[in-house]
Ligand binder design. Structure first.
Ligand SMILES: [Ca+2]
Length: 134
């Protein structure tokens, strides 16, 4: 459910819980392409994405995260609370969407791509909270 709400947030840019046929079509095709990504990067066919597989998946999407961030992502999105050290399909989508969404929001404030951005407290909260409580 969290994954669905996050998808809806990203496709509508609002916290609405309803989408029209146009957005539904976008979400539907987007999910098909996520399935393809998941299968492509689950190289050992374990049905889960481990840290190395996630690193390659994020790289292919254009996101280079540090090993520390990678470990944090795997433990946060691992349904077993870090026991499997791997992420299942729906959480994989959620993880990638979270990285993409937060990176896009950061880039809006880092227009010259220096890797630094300035946020007011209010802007920071409004940027991060929708991803935490999607
Ligand atoms: Ca795997």
């Amino acid at each position: 459910m969290r994954t669905v709400h996050l998808l809806m947030y990203l496709f509508t840019n609002t916290n609405t819980r309803r989408i029209g046929p146009k957005e539904f079509t976008q979400v539907f095709y987007s999910l098909q392409s996520w399935r393809g990504n998941f299968e492509k990067f689950d190289r050992d066919r374990s049905g889960k994405i481990d840290a190395n597989e996630l690193r390659d998946a994020l790289m292919s999407l254009g996101f280079a995260v540090s090993p520390v961030v990678l470990d944090l992502l795997v433990s946060k999105f691992d349904k077993t609370g870090g026991k499997n050290k791997a992420i299942e399909y729906d959480n994989f989508i959620e993880c990638c969407l979270t990285v993409k969404g937060l990176t896009d929001k950061f880039k809006e404030k880092d227009t010259s791509y220096t890797g630094n951005a300035t946020f007011t407290y209010e802007a920071f909260m409004l940027t991060v909270l929708p991803f935490l409580i999607a």
